[in-house]
Write a protein that binds this ligand. Structure first.
Ligand code: CA2
Length: 146
């Protein structure tokens, strides 16, 4: 597996509430676009969404076993709370891009801190669903270079 796209809590309800913040695109739309983009570049890709912190930790451990080469993650609210997901990324040592649909720096103070950003290769925040497209474009370039 080349690329794993992970989405955290509540992102399964994207497109159904707060469209002024999160837009109207659904998670199914985002995942389908990410799969099409990666496959068009000849990469294998898998998607995963969970509302449970430990399941995301478990998925990252499995990703190492599977030989996943890059992760794109929107950790949702776990961005601001999860030492466990941070530790999992440090343990598996898989490079990752952190994506946020909204601009977390233009919102509440507590959203300005991420437990993951300093470990990430890069962070995209505020570009809506297009952030996933930009992240995948970057990952494709990196994996083609390798
Ligand atoms: O902007 C982002 O992508 C976030 O990661 C989304 C998280 C939030 O806690 C982060 O601070 C920023 C929340 C996801 C909530 O998902 C919703 C989906 C539909 C309607 C409302 C919220």
């Amino acid at each position: 597996m080349d690329v794993l796209v992970i989405n955290g809590p509540n992102l399964n309800t994207l497109g159904t509430r707060e469209p002024e913040i999160y837009g109207t695109t659904t998670l199914a739309d985002i995942e389908a676009a990410a799969v099409a983009q990666a496959e068009a570049a000849g990469l294998s890709v898998s998607t995963f969404q969970s509302n449970h912190e430990g399941e995301i930790v478990d998925r990252l451990h499995a990703a190492r076993t599977e030989g996943v080469r890059f992760v794109i993650i929107n950790p949702g609210a776990f961005t601001h709370t999860s030492v466990a997901i941070r530790d999992a990324f440090a343990a598996v040592a898989i490079p990752f891009v952190e994506v946020h649909i909204s601009n977390v720096h233009a919102r509440e103070e507590f959203r300005k801190h991420s437990y993951l950003s300093d470990l990430a290769v890069g962070v995209l925040t505020g570009f809506g669903a297009y952030g996933y497209t930009m992240a995948m474009d970057f990952v494709i370039g990196r994996l083609e270079e390798a």
